[in-house]
Design a binder for this molecule. Structure first.
Ligand code: ARG
Length: 481
């Protein structure tokens, strides 16, 4: 291990945003640790956009002439073209802001040196990261909605199919398959509300805060806010440059999306096993085994099931970074983007794969229906007695004794003789066994949010309304990359 003493002399022509007060350059080891260009290069569209707004604000504040402001703006357009064409960073580009500054000097000449007046990378990176996050929320909303649409389409198709609902993974009561599918739809609906909140949290403008104390030039922050699509201006420059709560909000939201998707995935995996056999996976989102020729594995769902661990890791790493940090900007914050990008990139791979898996799988209605056994209607049998005037406690006990008898005899509840019913409770009539029908059980549950056919039709209606495109698109104009 070479000791980190090799101070590299600043090579002539190295483009840096700082350095005047240093006699020598940083050690190569320092450069290697400090460089963030590998992570933050993707902020370029947002950094260019905010820089153009800043050039205009500087003209407005009387710092730049109109010609200078326009020259910088045109130069930034030329830089954007180079990025769009795949421009690679050079070894000395510390971060995306440095790289853009270097390319702007190439494109616009010395006037480029005026752009950084009154701003700092501290308010710049906070602004660019917020713009990226606002845009990411739009992309995430689209991806979550796509999965909801698939669940809704499958629920519509399966509304009249019955299956067991499970508690403790033990057969509990019959439900419409649509009820099960839509249970996941509504969890995703809450995630979309969280996304809207996370987007609003990101939509506060830090630009104009400078390094810590605010810009010394009279830039209009309101104009900056309007032109960049933020809903508010940060009220305190110290807070603005060190605030990453909006990232924590989004990482929590992504973690919850992950948790919900993992539960959808687990249901799919379990119901797709040979033991359940409720569904069969298609070719597009399953894989084979290198050894066992017969295998078809639901890998997309398994990766989705694992994902929230990673998202939670990103959330914990971000919140851990923020905890105990001195006020204002600290370089620890540079790591915020690694966690943010990792969680967002990965969930944007997971969501379409889960949507694809559910779009192509085939349900086996007969297997689902066959799993609905008479014992699952034990509650309905108790309810039958309640309707005849018994208390529920008493009915529960009577039906419990019938369940025990059936279990001992090794038969289903509906196979017990009529006399057994009459013996268990005097209020059992000749029609008692009708209460053990699955369709009747479901038909009784027309309460709002229940699994009765009319309640399901209403729920499907509500779900359709929930995935209608919103009046205002949640994202801003720039695509995330
Ligand atoms: N690359 C840095 C980051 O992402 C930009 C801000 C640098 N600010 C500073 N004072 N060195 O946090």
């Amino acid at each position: 291990m070479t000791p980190p003493t090799s101070a590299a002399t600043p090579a002539s022509g190295v483009h840096k945003l700082w350095g005047g007060r240093f006699a020598g350059g940083p050690a190569v080891e320092m450069d290697a640790l400090n460089r963030s260009i590998g992570t933050d290069i993707r902020l370029w569209p947002h950094d260019i956009r905010l820089s153009k707004a800043w050039a205009l604000a500087l003209w407005n504040a009387g710092v730049l002439t109109l010609d200078e402001s326009e020259a910088i703006s045109k130069g930034l357009d030329a830089v954007a073209e180079r990025f769009a064409a795949g421009e690679s960073p050079i070894a000395t580009d510390e971060d995306v802001h440095t790289m853009i500054d270097r390319l702007l000097h190439d494109a616009a000449g010395s006037v480029a040196s005026k752009l950084h007046t009154g701003r700092s990378r501290n308010d710049q990176v906070a602004t660019a990261t917020r713009l990226w996050t606002m845009s990411a929320c739009g992309a995430l909303d689209d991806a979550v909605r796509l999965l909801q649409e698939v669940l809704l389409a499958r629920a519509t198709e399966m509304a009249d199919a019955l299956m067991p609902a499970y508690t403790h993974l033990q057969r509990a009561q019959p439900v419409s398959a649509a009820h099960w599918l839509l249970s996941h739809f509504w969890a995703l609906d809450r995630d979309r509300q969280r996304l809207a909140q996370a987007q609003r949290a990101a939509s506060v403008l830090p630009l104009g805060s400078g390094a810590i104390a605010g810009s010394a030039f009279p830039v209009s922050r309101v104009l900056l806010k309007e032109s960049l699509g933020f809903h508010a201006v940060s009220p305190n420059s110290i807070d603005a440059v060190g605030d990453r709560d909006f990232i924590a909000d989004l990482l929590y939201t992504v973690t919850m999306i992950g948790v919900h998707v993992s539960r959808i995935a687990e249901d799919g995996i379990v119901y797709g096993s040979s033991e359940f056999g409720f569904l069969k996976f298609g070719d597009k989102f399953s894989t084979g085994s290198s050894m066992m020729p017969q295998k078809r594995n639901p890998d997309a769902l398994e990766i989705a099931r694992g994902f929230p661990a990673r998202a939670l890791g990103d959330l914990v790493s971000l919140v851990g970074t923020l905890k105990g940090l001195p006020s204002g900007y600290n370089k620890d914050l540079q790591d915020d983007k690694r966690a943010l990008f990792d969680a967002v990139d990965t969930v944007l791979l997971v969501l379409p794969a889960v949507a694809g898996t559910f779009a192509e799988l085939r349900f086996d209605r007969a297997r689902m229906r066959a799993a609905v056994t008479a014992g699952m209607m034990a509650t309905d049998l108790a309810d039958y007695l309640v309707r005849k005037g018994a208390t529920f406690r008493e009915s529960h006990g009577a039906v419990g004794s019938l369940v025990r008898q059936a279990e001992e005899a090794g038969v289903e509840l509906d196979a017990l003789p009529v006399e057994a019913f009459a013996k268990a409770h005097a209020l059992f009539g000749a029609d008692a066994r009708d209460a053990l029908g699955a369709a009747a059980s479901v038909a009784h549950r027309e309460v709002e949010g229940g699994t009765g056919p009319n309640a399901i039709a209403e729920q499907l209606e509500k779900a359709r309304a929930a995935v209608m495109p919103r009046a205002e698109p949640p994202g801003n104009a720039i695509e995330i990359r």
